[in-house]
Design a protein around this ligand. Sequence first.
Ligand code: COA
Length: 321
Amino acid sequence: MKAKIIGTGYELPAFEADNQYLSTLVETSDEWIRERTGIGKRRLAREETTTSLAAGAAKKALARAGVRAEEIDLLIVATITSDTNTPSTACRVQAELGAVHAVAFDINAACSGFLYAIHIADAFIRSGIYRHALLIGAETLSKLVDWTDRGTCVLFGDGAGAAVLTASEEGGVIAQSVGSNGEKWEVLSCLGRPVQNPVCQSQAEPGYLKMNGQEVFKFAIRTVPLCIEQALLKAELPAEEITWFLLHQANKRIIQSVAKRLKQPEEKFPMNIETCANTSAASLPILLAQMEEQGRLKAKDKVVLSGFGAGLTWGACVLEW
Ligand code: COA
């Protein structure tokens, strides 16, 4: 049995902040942001929370899959912006959906989170332990961003995407290549609450997202093509046979560079970065759900999902739609 995606959904906050709006907050311009990243606007949460966005995306994915919440065995939320340190966002989504039979937990693999979630679900489904999995990538990254740092605040947006996977004899996940390198954690990080207890009163402030943009850029253009090639090798498929390469939406130039390295036409690399910016773990499932909504994914299409993020983490997954 293979793990096959049978329904997707996404949810975005109502408020749209374009580059012009950001130029009223920090010294930047629409021209700079578009040229360096491909981003034109992003959604920012007002009333929405990571939980409400996740639940909204999940309800749409369940409806599209024709699966009832009670049928879900495994519910994973990939997020670095849970509304509560505990319980997990997954447990709160479980309650909202009534997914009473699911084992529910969060994972933290930053922008690679959705790929890590597929990695886990695939193992459980393949081994016959679970039949239906609901995977969600959900973020309100706007609460971790330093809104005075123009080097990072222009890059991110909020949102959630979800996918229902089921055990299937046909189609589904063919091969994956997933990795981590903790030695490079400082390249992209956000510190948590400092220790303040009866025996230690740390003076450290709770952290904002900090990034060495050029290091991340170099890491991405080197690692993403490599892990896609490794996954394709395992799948015994040449790049030419892939219909779509859905990449983490962090920077248009990174995606273009990967296309070039793989010697594949850019048209095979759909993007929503112009309207959604980088939504971290939500980025891939939002793009996937938009592709499904637009009817661009056809049965038997070979699809590659790939991304990278803080950790450092990365991954690629080859699947048949
Ligand atoms: N608006 C205007 N100018 C800005 C700016 C902004 N929002 N952000 C930075 N600048 C300035 C810098 O201060 C610098 O000015 P200086 O030359 O006077 O010092 C100049 O633009 C160039 O900065 P630099 O950081 O070298 O730009 P860059 O070409 O590397 O682009 C990123 C910056 C962040 C867009 C790019 O490095 C990137 O996308 N990296 C990957 C980030 C990523 O994907 N993160 C998420 C991983 S999941």
